[in-house]
Ligand binder design. Structure first.
Ligand code: AGP
Length: 613
């Protein structure tokens, strides 16, 4: 996610911006920039692709006396990482600049409208639209111009605005992207995407809420409601975190923070891609034409690790709703076997990083054989996205923890959208079914949000009696079998406890020989078509004195008759159980690893991106 820092006060602004951006580096970025106002000179803007160090070295060449400015680290969403796409972005006059974190969903429409009105664009970004939109509304009241402009904007934003004609103020505004203010008697006024950037200067923090804006001046600030323009009274919070805690916004590990970010990551991934009234899914970036889809003979999903688990789930969805045959392959196997591919095949490499060597190799081989490549990826501008014919981006933001969590549920979200989009193109899904499934997806983030605190506490309690276990068995059926695999992978990769995921129906074909009171068996048992089959499997385990942990519905009375170790969840559309049922498994793995004192964010022997074979 992008990082924003802004300051106005009596101190030199450039060192404050650079130090603030440095403290936001953990958010992940691929370019950096800043702008400041210099008396007698005007605005000075400096931008660099790559790491902040490059910008810092560049700024050493200048003796900057400015006392007001904005800084930005960009996590690319629209337009590859480049100087031209780096923030800040300017209006036509070059006197008004904007930094932004978020996604402007209707930027294409606004850009066309502004171009027709004579505005000249110089970047590929959605952000630049904001600068020209504000310019279009400019009078002598900058705050009003920003309010007018933002009323046209659909999507998520946290922005900072500086205008050379009024260099005594900064404007901040937020909607679905974080932005905090820092205030200090006599010390100036600050804005930032996150608290760590401000801790060296102030611990007095104001959390802007969605639909609010702020006017920051050297010795005062004002918060306004974006809709009404009325003044909003805000609480000033004293923050006593240290810097390390602040980067994780108070969470002990990035993994836990990212588990809690999943509602927002899922929402950001489907944002702007679903028409809530009709249920129509729109994925123009896939580049798949109706003609190609009509001639599609099969789909091949290729990935590694957790991303492979997402592919396994997607197979159920795609075959169920499109009727197209689907193959799923582990990339390191796919790339070494004889591939029978041609131009009628759609190959979908799935990768959080977009840099996994085996997945890239598989993608390249498939492309050489004429297959159509559509990537599912979380990192804009990564190798996979530059080489694929099209990319459907997940918008999970940077995933710092090595164990993939929010990227996984975002991959599932993107694959569910792809399924619906293909089914709608082929006419294999009715409008009512589209509406039912998209409404269920739209409601999912709030459902998950409402369960996270409780699940975190319940899994922490449950973990206490599990930390000495040496083996785990995870069972699931149908759509949730891949989630059993994912739960096992999460546990083994961060707690170093051996764990296996198995189709529940396979129990009798070998694993049942392992059952004993020392090996916990966790079964996913949602209310779906195979629920009673899983109940039978659980009874087989109990008959052999196995220890059962069950994950099922709040409304399922059979669970507590089968085990006293139960995690329950609300009921969602059965097609979405894989996303919901992943959450408690992520948390259970986290709690066990944490209690075992493991390095949860950087587990031994593992890398966040396996860029070698
Ligand atoms: C998942 O928790 C692991 N970090 C690992 O299995 C990962 O999913 C795999 O290496 C694939 O990475 P990618 O999604 O970046 O391609």
């Amino acid at each position: 996610m992008c990082g924003i820092v802004g300051y106005i006060g009596s101190r030199r602004v450039v060192p404050i911006l650079l130090e603030g951006l440095r403290r936001l580096e953990y958010r992940g970025y691929d370019s950096a920039g800043l702008v400041y106002f210099e008396e007698g000179i005007g605005l000075r803007k400096h931008r660099c692709p790559g790491k902040l160090a490059k910008l810092t070295v560049l700024m050493d060449e200048f003796d900057c006396h400015g006392r007001i400015g904005l800084g930005h680290t960009r996590w690319a969403t629209h337009g590859a990482p480049s100087e031209n796409n780096a923030h800040p972005h300017s209006d036509c006059s070059g006197k008004l600049v904007v930094v932004h974190n978020g996604i402007i969903e209707n930027y294409r429409t606004l850009r066309d409208e502004l171009t027709a009105a004579g505005h000249h664009f110089t970047s590929e970004t959605d952000t630049e639209v904001l600068a020209h939109l504000i310019e279009e509304a400019l009078t002598d009241n900058l705050a009003e111009a920003v309010r007018t402009a933002l009323r046209r904007v659909e999507g998520a934003y946290a922005i900072g605005v500086l205008w050379a004609e009024q260099p005594d103020q900064l404007i901040a505004a937020r909607n679905h992207s974080p932005l905090v203010l820092g205030v200090q008697d006599g010390g100036g006024s600050f804005m930032a995407s996150d608290i760590p950037a401000l801790l060296p200067y102030t611990r007095e923090i104001i959390f802007l809420d969605d639909g609010e804006m702020a006017i920051l001046k050297e010795d005062k600030y004002q918060v306004l409601d974006l809709d009404t323009g009325m003044v909003v009274e805000k609480t000033v919070h004293h923050i006593d975190w240290n810097a390390a805690m602040a980067e994780k916004t108070g969470f002990k590990h990035f993994m836990l923070k990212e588990i809690f970010e999943q509602p927002q990551a899922i929402l950001n991934t489907f944002r702007g891609r679903i028409n809530p009234e009709s249920g129509q899914v729109d994925l123009p970036e896939s580049g798949l034409t109706t003609h190609f889809i009509e001639g599609l003979s099969r789909i091949v999903l290729v990935a590694c690790g957790t991303s492979w688990h997402a592919a396994l789930v997607a197979r159920y969805w795609l075959e169920e709703w499109t009727g197209i045959p689907v193959e799923v392959d582990i990339a390191s196997e796919f790339r070494y076997r004889r591939l029978l591919l041609d131009s009628s095949v759609l190959v979908v490499p799935i990768s959080q990083s977009g840099e996994t060597a085996d997945t890239l190799a598989g993608m390249r081989l498939a492309a050489q054989m004429g297959a159509r490549i559509l990537a599912i990826c979380n990192v804009v501008g990564s190798t996979m996205t530059r080489e694929a014919t099209g990319t459907i981006y997940t918008h999970a933001g940077p995933e710092i923890g090595v164990a993939s969590t929010k990227a996984f549920t975002s991959q599932l979200t993107a694959l569910f959208l792809l399924t619906l989009s293909l089914a709608q193109s082929k006419g294999t899904i009715t409008p009512d079914q589209s509406l039912e499934l998209t409404q269920a997806l739209l409601a999912l983030p709030a459902t998950i949000e409402g369960e996270l605190e409780r699940l975190c506490a319940e899994t922490e309690t449950m973990a206490e009696s599990l930390i000495k276990s040496r083996d785990f068995l995870y069972l699931g059926r149908g759509l949730n079998y891949p989630i059993a695999l994912e739960g096992a992978l999460k546990l083994k990769e961060i707690s170093y406890i051996h764990a296996e995921g198995y189709p529940a129906g396979e129990l009798k074909h070998g694993p049942i020989a392992l059952i004993d009171p020392e090996m916990p068996v966790l079964a996913l048992i949602p209310p779906d078509a195979v629920h009673d089959k899983v109940v039978s499997n659980v009874e087989e385990v109990k008959a052999r004195h196995g220890r059962m942990i069950l994950v099922g519905s709040h409304q399922d009375p059979s669970l507590r008759q089968l085990s006293n170790e139960v995690i329950t969840l609300p009921e969602v559309h059965p097609q979405l159980n894989p996303i919901l049922y992943t959450i408690p498994l992520q948390l259970l793995a986290y709690q066990i690893a944490n209690l075992r004192g493991c390095d949860v964010d950087q587990p031994r022997n593992l890398a966040k991106s396996v860029t070698v074979e």
